[in-house]
Design a protein around this ligand. Structure first.
Ligand code: HEM
Length: 132
């Protein structure tokens, strides 16, 4: 295990476990569902399901239980996002809501930057079109 993996595996516990990730993702989706650009991409009749999927993915990534992959298989996030046209503007809207959600947690600065660095980088990698 590299030092980075070890750090990542500790973040889940440091920030307060599953409860903190649920709080984060719920705050995020409260912003998303009112967003004119990205809300239409999301399943309006299954926001609870979407909350479950993102929260459990993030818990797993940061060293929590592997429930996400036990139930959903390998994340393959870029592939799973192919059905959605994610241009740089959509990515920015996603990050606006995630930034507000991260801020609402009031984490220790080191934890916050570790979490944010990953989310920011991952969002960039999800861009799959430059058409608007
Ligand atoms: C860049 C802008 C992004 C947009 C517009 C976007 C949009 C979406 C949409 C519309 C869904 C389907 C909702 C559902 O039914 O679960 C989804 C699912 C998901 N997204 Fe994103 N996403 C973005 C970035 C990210 C990033 C950065 C991550 C990870 C850090 C992520 C993780 C996930 C996960 C784990 C799922 C559920 C996959 C599954 O198990 O089916 N997304 N996303």
């Amino acid at each position: 295990m590299s030092e980075n993996d070890l750090n990542a595996s500790m973040l889940f516990h440091r920030v307060g476990g599953a409860e903190t990730f649920d709080t984060l993702v719920r705050a995020f989706y409260r912003g998303v569902i009112d967003d004119p650009v990205i809300a239409p991409m999301y399943p309006s009749d299954d926001i609870e399901g979407a909350i479950w999927r993102l929260s459990h993915f993030l818990q797993q990534y940061f060293g929590g239980p592997t429930t996400y992959s036990d139930q959903r298989g390998h994340p393959r996030l870029r592939m799973r996002h192919q059905p959605f046209a994610i241009n740089p503007h959509a990515k920015e809207r996603w990050l606006v809501h995630m930034r507000a959600a991260v801020d609402s947690l009031d984490l220790a600065p080191m934890d916050e930057s570790e979490l944010w660095d990953y989310l920011d980088r991952a969002a960039l990698s999800m861009v799959n079109t430059f058409e608007s």
